[in-house]
Structure formats: structure tokens, C-alpha cells
Design a protein around this ligand. Structure first.
Ligand SMILES: [Mg+2]
Length: 234
């Protein structure tokens, strides 16, 4: 019996475009102080440098925007602009949930034959609110908001459900977060590409091509077909 783990952001609901829209506003604000065209790259570098202490999510992103603005402006960024940057973060935390097309029906279908776990990474409260607002929680046997999506984290989730990796299949939009660590553990994975991927989640081509044993489908509704009959087709 396969238990299916399903990612939230950009697998069930829109996420990445909200971050990129906030980043565009941020680049415009900092552009008043800094001439280079690498503002977004600098932000990403600062963000990644702090992942170990901030974790993933809006709050770390917001603090990193403030730090980047301060650094690139040489300490000249105005209090008013810091306020604007904070507001970008607040807006991200309040953006209404927007489900991807057809995911409710697809989950209902999958849940009729398999146990489902929602496994999502980010700020605890924000992810919990998104799960609640999505109205999708009833399809899941359990919800795990995790700090990282690495092999040890997946292992601890599986251990809590006394689930051997061979009986687990993860479904999500990120090769780095949803596919590779699960393959490494001996589980199965299905990649559902989203039309945009955060730079830090983009698997480099070598890694991507070296990874075998996972399937790519266009939509969550295609996953049920992979499991018939008796989950032996993957
Ligand atoms: Mg995702």
C-alpha cells in the first residue's frame, strides 16, 4: 500500500509568483539607491546565507530584503522605504490562497484509494493558515510543516507513520525538495513542474539528468493513473 506525500506551494496552490511580484517591487525600491542590475541576485545570496537560521518562508525573505536594502544602499535606505519593504512581507503573508486548477478533485480521487500526507516547507503559522484556507485538509491523513525537505526530514516523517520508504511516494513541483531527497531514501517521486521555480529550488541540469526513477506528469490528476493497477507501474 503506497502512502502519497503531496507538496503544498506551487503543487496545490499558487506561491512563487507572489514572491516574484514582491521581489519586483523590492528591486524598484532599492533601485533608487543602487545602480547595479544584480539586486535580485544579492537578495537571493543573502537569503540563502540565512536559511539555516531563518528557515524558509516569508519572514526570512522579509528580513533578507531589509538587510539587502541596507547593504546595497550603503546604509542610506530610508525608514519610509524599510516600511514599504515590511509591507511587501505583510502582503505576502495575507495573500488569499488560490488553488491550482482541479487539485480538489484530484485529491479526492487519490484519497479514495490511498493515504495522503501533506508535506510543506516554510513558516509554521503561515503554512498552517494556507492549509486551513485551502479547504483541502480533509483529504489528508496528516499535515507536516517542515523546516527542510532533506532526506533526514523525510525519514523522520516516514518513521512517525511507521512507513518504509519503499511504500512512500512524494508528489511535488520541486525536483530538489520533493523528488531527489525521497529517491535518496528509497522512496518514489512524481514531479509536477510549475511554470516558475524559485532560483534556490532549481535543480542544476546535471543533478536533474542524473536522477532517474521518477516520473514527470503535467497535473495532479495524472498521478492516480500512475498508481493503477495496484501501484506497480512506477
Ligand atoms: Mg512546492
Amino acid at each position: 500500500m503506497t502512502v502519497i506525500g503531496i507538496d503544498g506551494d506551487d503543487t496545490l496552490w499558487r506561491n512563487e509568483e507572489h514572491f516574484r511580484a514582491a521581489e519586483e517591487h523590492f528591486v524598484a525600491i532599492v533601485g533608487n539607491y543602487y545602480d547595479g542590475d544584480d539586486i535580485a541576485d544579492q537578495l537571493l545570496a543573502i537569503e540563502m546565507g540565512h536559511v539555516e537560521i531563518y528557515g524558509f518562508g516569508v519572514k526570512g525573505f522579509t528580513l533578507s530584503m531589509i538587510e539587502t536594502a541596507n547593504a546595497l544602499s550603503g546604509g542610506q535606505v530610508s525608514a519610509e522605504d524599510i516600511g514599504r519593504i515590511l509591507e511587501l512581507g505583510h502582503d505576502l503573508l495575507r495573500v488569499p490562497i488560490e488553488l491550482l486548477d482541479g487539485v480538489g478533485d484530484a485529491l479526492e480521487d487519490l484519497a479514495s484509494t490511498h493515504q495522503l500526507l501533506l508535506i510543506t516547507k516554510g513558516d509554521l503559522q503561515h503554512q498552517q493558515r494556507k492549509v486551513e484556507a485551502s479547504g483541502l485538509a480533509t483529504h489528508f491523513d496528516d499535515v507536516h510543516v517542515v523546516a527542510h525537505k532533506d532526506p533526514p526530514t523525510y525519514k523522520s516523517v516516514l518513521d512517525r507513520h511507521r512507513l518504509p520508504p519503499a511504500n512512500f511516494m512524494m508528489v511535488g513541483n520541486s525536483v530538489n525538495s520533493d523528488v531527489l531527497p525521497v529517491l535518496e531514501l528509497g522512496g518514489r517521486a512524481v514531479h509536477i513542474p510549475y511554470h516558475m521555480t524559485w532560483a534556490a529550488e532549481v535543480a542544476d541540469d546535471d543533478t536533474h539528468e542524473a536522477a532517474t526513477g521518477f516520473t514527470t506528469v503535467a497535473h495532479l490528476r495524472d498521478v492516480a493513473g500512475l498508481l493503477r493497477p495496484a501501484g506497480e507501474q512506477l
